[in-house]
Ligand binder design. Structure first.
Ligand code: CA
Length: 311
């Protein structure tokens, strides 16, 4: 990986992802009231972050089937990916001294692609009340190099809020963030099953979206993370959270694309998928492109699911 990652924090910055997921659990009240006020996040696990090309066995864990009276132990049955960007910190802050939003981008080195592999059945049983634990920390894959914020300057776009939404509190607000806080990074997710690989077939694209749809910007994540005095260090990694766009075709995880596993995806070779199967390879790609500016590629963030270890 491009840096020694001391700490890893994962956020939840797509209002579309949060709403799609929330709808599956709370159809009448999909978005929790804090989402539009706070960049929601949790502390992740740095030790299992690896570079593109990572392979890992399907995780084992506890799951509670609907209607069951006690949990079962075994291989995850609902393995998913999450399309995210990673934010590498360049300089940090002293414990107790927040980074104001006006200084936040100066403390960031740059961005990479990030796949936050997720075991949905393990997650559903373990996540209350303290959040994801073993459903997330078995593997996280990132692309092999960092694209600096300076390089991304031509692709900055305004940070906007829909009419009627709450405006950010003052510590999450700045003129520069309003003018160009968001970044138009094109993103896509591809899936290559083992059968496709053996037949020499290309990976199939499942999703195409852009980072510009995120509800909170990089500067807001840094300002929020440190506002209580928490110190970030060089090499620390922040995940943006799953970057789903406004339509279902722009969703950044299978749990959204298949509506909780209820609507299987049809692949070009006739196979279908609800969640990932053994031998599946997931590839994230990202790039910026427009007339009059250099095209910038983020490279590839690929990972492969191996069969579970023997129970
Ligand atoms: Ca995530």
């Amino acid at each position: 990986v491009p840096a020694r990652i001391g700490d890893y924090t994962d956020f939840y910055t797509s209002v579309y992802h949060a709403t799609n997921i929330g709808r599956q659990f709370r159809p009448d009240n999909p978005l929790l009231p804090n989402f539009k006020w706070i960049p929601i996040g949790y502390h992740g696990r740095a030790s299992s972050i690896r570079v593109s090309g990572q392979t890992f066995p399907r995780p084992l864990g506890q799951t509670m089937a609907p209607g069951a009276s006690e949990p079962a132990f075994g291989p995850c049955k609902r393995l998913d990916y999450e399309l995210e960007l990673g934010v590498f910190m360049g300089s940090g802050n002293t414990l107790g001294e927040p980074i104001p939003i006006t200084q936040a981008e100066a403390s960031v080195f740059g961005l990479c692609l990030l796949n936050d592999w997720s075991a949905r059945d393990i997650q559903a049983w373990e996540y209350q009340p303290l959040g994801p634990f073993l459903s997330k920390n078995f593997a996280t894959t990132i692309s092999p190099w960092i694209v600096t914020l300076e390089a991304l300057a031509p692709y900055r776009v305004p940070f906007t809020r829909p009419e009627g939404d709450p405006q950010p509190l003052a510590y999450l607000e700045s003129p520069a963030n309003r003018a160009q806080g968001a970044i138009d990074v094109q993103l896509e997710v591809l899936l290559q099953t083992q059968a496709m690989r053996e037949a020499g077939e290309d990976a199939a694209r499942l999703t195409r979206t852009s980072y510009r749809h995120a509800y909170w910007t990089v500067a807001q994540l840094v300002a929020h993370h440190t506002v209580n005095g928490c110190n970030l260090a060089p090499g620390d990694l922040l995940g943006t959270g799953t970057l789903s766009g406004p339509t279902l075709e722009e969703a950044g995880a299978l749990i959204e694309l298949t509506v909780g596993g209820k609507q299987p995806l049809a692949l070009p070779n006739g196979q279908t998928r609800t969640y990932l199967e053994d031998g599946d390879a997931v590839v994230l790609r990202g790039w910026c492109e427009k007339a009059g500016a250099a095209r910038i590629g983020f490279g590839e963030c690929a990972g492969l699911v191996l069969p579970a270890r023997q129970v």
